[in-house]
Design a protein around this ligand. Structure first.
Ligand code: CS2
Length: 515
């Protein structure tokens, strides 16, 4: 055995960057000359695959926007990437521009350098607060997933334990830090409060999560939180200051990002020649549309291909309803059919045909599309992306957090269809699919990944398989169904969809799709 091949690889870092093999792109700018101008909450795979890559593209022209990446609770990303000086590899499977020196079909690889600092708020609270109060930081961005916002229907969920904790922080003078918040909203307000006390300009807060009107919803939640906070405090006027001074632009983000697996880690190590503890992969396609509402400067996003638009509402809704809703549809109905990935689900003619009809016939009529937006071309492109065989996107990953995703992806369309007197038959099938999926998980004792996991497991275990009984049990989930639970047309259509799925075996689901 060759002793050299057995020796462990060196770890990717600033010091080993020069050893990265040809054919892998590395940052072309001087990382040491960059300054941290963005604090990002939630440096999961999506942020590292999407926003951090856009910022990497523009740091060469404007070095003021490097990223401090903050996780709230889990130290995993920090512990993996701090020894790598924030560097990591982004793989783009199925990219037509794949590197010719790599073996056939191998993904294009690039090392991303835009993350200059990694923090975990749980054990580095002082450093996080100092960063938020740093004058050079002019933008705070978020990818914390739907549940990370602790939202209520039109503000913040005052019953959420993290919000209760953050509002109960002991009285502190305006210039003193609050005790370490647990929620992202708590952190945003703690940072703004300190900046105001110091006479600094606020940062702009940019939500990059899959929520319609993400900026507007976050703004209302932050303002409500700040008003609650200042009730018993010396720092009066904080909420008014936030209301008049802080911008919360809306944004639409899009790029399919399957979770990292061992195959990717091994492939990256062999192509790089150094070890990367946490490479990331995403499809080659990426889009970022941002409302151009920044108060105190912004990165030159357009230089990295970001679309700055005032018609964001049309874009975010089209994306949520035409990409994310079909994704969730494939996730629940495909999982019931024991299919594993999106591309495999798209190879099932019944499922692929159903999703396409859902998009073209049921969802498009509910949309108010931006000028020049061609829904057919958009749908064609999405279906092609779903079919991409180079992307192994697990349906199980998309099925997570159904209680958060179903309302923004499907129930808004259903409410609009109801208002317009349009049919609900197809639209209710994925919702019924979620009910059946939860029932199956509960009965098989498989963990449900969802902030409402305990409640869902309880409801799922008590289901009988009988349509109206099970639908009634799920409709008690007020935060999911809201007013729709009281609409007889919806309740009936959901029960019919549930009944159509029969015993929800793969064969029964296939029959329901063909009906
Ligand atoms: C997916 C999204 O996991 C999911 O729920 O629907 O992450 C989807 O891949 C992205 O929004 C695509 O931009």
């Amino acid at each position: 055995m060759n002793p050299q091949s057995a020796s462990p690889l060196l770890r990717l870092s600033q010091a080993t960057l020069a050893r990265v093999r040809d054919g892998v792109a590395v940052p072309a700018y001087d990382r040491d000359a960059t300054r941290i101008g963005i604090v990002h909450f939630g440096p999961g795979a999506f942020h590292r695959a999407h926003q951090a890559a856009y910022i990497d593209d523009l740091l060469g022209t404007d070095p003021a926007w490097a990223i401090s990446a903050v996780s709230l609770h889990s130290a995993g990303v920090r512990d993996a990437l701090r020894p790598q000086d924030g560097l990591y590899t982004l793989a783009l499977p199925g990219d037509a521009r794949a590197d010719a020196s790599a073996s056939d079909g191998a993904p294009r690889l690039r090392v991303i350098g835009s993350i200059r600092e990694l923090l975990c708020a749980r054990d580095e609270a002082a450093a996080v607060l100092a960063r938020l109060a740093d004058r050079d930081v002019r933008l705070v961005t978020l990818t914390i997933t739907e549940k990370g916002y602790c939202l209520s229907a039109d503000g913040v969920d005052l019953q959420h334990p993290d919000i209760v904790h953050d509002l109960a922080a002991p009285e502190a003078p305006a210039s003193a830090p609050l005790s370490a918040p647990l929620s992202t909203i708590g952190w945003l307000v703690a940072g703004l409060r300190l900046r105001r006390a110091r006479g600094f300009e606020p940062y702009t807060v940019l939500s990059c999560d899959n929520l319609a009107d993400n900026g507007g919803r976050l703004r209302r939640a932050v303002l409500q939180f700040a008003r609650e906070l200042e009730r018993d405090r010396a720092d009066q006027g904080l909420a008014d200051w936030i209301e008049s001074e802080v911008a919360f632009p809306r944004s639409m983000v899009d790029s399919i990002t399957p979770a990292t697996d061992d195959a990717l880690r091994a492939q990256v190590a062999s192509r790089l020649g150094v070890e990367d503890a946490w490479p990331i992969q995403r499809e080659p396609y990426a889009q970022w549309v941002v409302e151009d509402d920044f108060r105190n400067g912004r990165p030159p996003l357009e230089r990295a291909g970001v679309v700055l638009s005032n018609e964001i509402a049309g874009y975010d809704r089209a994306k949520l309803r035409l990409l994310n809703a079909p994704h969730s549809t494939l996730a629940y109905l495909g999982s019931l059919m024991r299919i594993e990935t999106v591309a495999d689900a798209m190879r099932e003619p019944a499922l692929a045909g159903f999703v396409e009809r859902l998009m073209r016939e049921d969802i498009v009529p509910t949309l108010q599309l931006p000028r020049g937006f061609d829904p057919d071309a958009y749908i064609d492109a999405i279906l092609a992306r779903f079919r991409n065989p180079a992307i192994r996107h697990l349906l199980a990953q998309i099925a997570w957090d159904g209680s958060q995703k179903i309302p923004v992806r499907l129930l808004g369309t259903i409410a609009d269809a109801l208002a317009a007197g349009r049919p609900l038959e197809r639209l209710c099938l994925p919702v019924a699919g979620w009910l059946r999926f939860v029932r199956r998980q509960a009965r098989e004792g498989v963990a449900i990944v969802d902030p409402l996991a305990d409640t869902l497991a309880r409801i799922g275990a008590a289901t009988t398989g009988e349509a109206s009984h099970d639908v009634d049990a799920f409709l008690t989930l007020d935060s999911v169904f809201g007013a729709l639970a009281g609409d007889a047309r919806f309740v009936d259509a959901l029960a019919r969809a549930h009944a159509r799925l029969g015993d929800a075996t793969p064969a029964a689901v296939a029959r329901a799709l063909a009906d």
